[in-house]
Design a protein around this ligand. Structure first.
Ligand code: NAD
Length: 491
């Protein structure tokens, strides 16, 4: 049977892409082709941007209390269809079913926070800044917004942005990753029940051609990007040069420090969950584990045991604790990085290469892998691997560990495990990273906090989620009003 060709959703209708080129989308756990996605075209984006700009004229005049009624319905739709959405996500993304379900929870959280827009968007007012003069700030929407999403969270990431943008009165275009296009397509099908006015929320598929068209279209005023650092930098520089607001979240290589006074069982379990969750394809995954001082003797073997205990299997299999790598190319890249580290002298404490999952021999699986003593000239030392590979390092003191962390290119997240408040406080203050975990392995901010990120993990000023998203998708207008007594006494 021929697999389906996905369509764009523009101005309330499912429309075939103007681009004739389609990319097959494979189930990473089986290798089976499950759909075909258009590579995207300028015409698709132009049509979506035009319709979104038309819809903006009326949407921004819908009272805010009415706008958020659509979000309340959105929450119910996501809740009522969570299992179906999670199955589609698992099939095309390779993660486990429970990881897909967790994404929906995070998406819903963002819808809930965006329902607070009537308060979050409120302005400020100062009476009598001079005789008979008042001054105030109002927040107004920007126009058309767009988000460009990565493959690793097909559900959650777009929700860091568009619920806030819509609630603030903007209209929107979502561009999912071409590697996982079906999940968002299904969400948009379900959202037809919302009966949003046509053109308010649009879906455009594609890869680079669609992104470039978004970066160039004059009607698109704000862009939220999440993906690898090099593309984030490109999107940020091109988008801002074209006069748009851009927030661009990039890649990561997150360190996790273990002090000798950390709890042995909890810490090792959480480390394995952090490194191997989503098969290491998570921007907040710990990838470099730094054992400080005597933590080496206490933790090393237990960490290896915890890693070995993970069951790698097809994501929809109930036993699965770790799913597949997104594509064959990604799997081969990860294997190449491990091989190179080994050939340059790194020790393989746990080797997850050359392993097969029974009944899923064509899947892109790599089992948990641990490297030790990776030399500085190996790619594994500094590059984001984005796979189930842990790199263990040793340092004598916390200061040495912090120096190592701060010398890195990225600043997405950093974690410390300790029972010493002073060590935790020093870490929190001195580490150059935007999301800090203290006895937490994946410091993912809840929706009411911004998803931070520093250095080459973020380009821009305001982050996704929370009040940051509200500020990003609105602009302030200051009004100074004089109602002089002499003019107003007549009533
Ligand atoms: P990617 O950069 O390859 O793709 C992201 C998006 O950019 C996709 O929609 C893709 O179509 C588009 N794109 C890809 N190449 C492009 C190009 N040359 N020009 C224009 N557009 C292009 O990222 P990915 O592989 O889908 O996702 C994994 C990356 O995302 C990792 O680096 C990960 O750390 C990062 N990520 C970061 C966060 C965060 O919050 N900082 C969250 C999730 C993922």
């Amino acid at each position: 049977m021929e697999s389906k060709k996905l369509k764009n959703f523009i101005n309330g209708e499912w429309i075939e892409s103007k681009c004739g080129d389609y990319l097959p989308v494979e189930d990473p756990g089986t290798g089976e082709i499950i759909s075909n996605v258009p590579l995207g075209s300028k015409e698709d984006v132009e049509l979506a941007a035009h319709q979104a700009a038309e819809a903006y004229g009326t949407w921004r005049n819908v009272p805010v209390e009415k706008r958020i009624q659509y979000l309340f319905k959105m929450k119910s739709i996501l809740e009522n269809n969570a299992d179906e959405i999670a199955s589609i996500c698992t099939k095309e993304c390779g993660k486990t079913f429970s990881e897909s379900k967790a994404e929906i929870v995070r998406a819903i959280e963002n819808v809930e926070v965006a329902c607070g827009i009537p308060t979050l968007m409120q302005g400020e007012f100062s009476e009598d800044i001079a005789t008979g003069i008042d001054e105030f700030v109002i927040r107004q929407p920007l126009g058309v917004g767009a988000c460009i999403a990565p493959f690793n969270f097909p559900i959650m990431i777009s929700f860091w942005f568009f619920p806030y943008a819509l609630a603030c009165g903007n209209t929107y275009i979502v561009k999912p990753s071409e590697k996982v296009p079906e999940t968002m397509t299904r969400i948009f099908e379900l959202f037809e029940e919302l009966n949003l006015p046509k053109g308010v929320l649009n879906l455009v598929h594609g890869g680079k051609p669609a992104v470039d068209a978004i970066l160039e279209h004059p009607a698109i005023k704000a862009i939220s990007f999440v993906g690898s650092s090099n593309v984030a930098k490109y999107v940020y520089s091109k988008g801002t040069a074209n006069g748009k607001r851009v927030q661009a979240q990039g890649g990561a290589k997150n360190p996790l420090v273990v002090m000798e006074d950390a709890n042995l069982d909890t810490t090792t379990r959480i480390i394995a969950d952090s490194v191997y969750g989503c098969a290491g394809q998570r921007c907040l995954a710990a990838s470099t584990i730094i054992l400080v001082g005597k933590a080496k003797e206490k933790f090393k073997n237990k960490i290896i045991e915890a890693a070995k205990s993970k069951t790698t299997c097809y994501g929809l299999d109930e036993a699965s604790q770790m799913g597949a790598i997104i594509t064959k190319e990604s799997k081969n890249r990860i294997l190449r990085i491990i091989n190179e580290a080994e050939s340059k002298g790194a020790h393989l404490l746990l080797d997850g290469r050359n392993q097969k999952v029974k009944n899923y021999e064509n899947g892109n699986f790599i089992f948990p892998t641990i490297l030790e003593n990776v030399p500085q000239n190996a790619e594994a030392d500094t590059t984001e691997i984005f796979g189930p590979v842990m790199n263990i390092k040793y340092r004598n003191t916390l200061d040495d560990a912090i120096d190592l962390i701060n010398s890195g290119r990225y600043g997405n997240a950093a974690c410390i495990f300790t029972s010493n408040g002073g060590a935790a406080r020093k870490f929190r203050r001195d580490v150059l990273a935007g999301n800090i975990g203290v006895n937490i392995g994946v410091p993912a901010p809840v929706a009411s906090f911004p998803f931070s990120g520093w250095k080459e993990s973020f380009f821009g000023d305001l982050h996704g989620q929370s009040k940051h998203a509200v500020e990003f998708y609105t602009q302030t207008k200051v009004v100074i009003e004089r109602w002089h007594d002499e003019w107003t006494r007549k009533f």
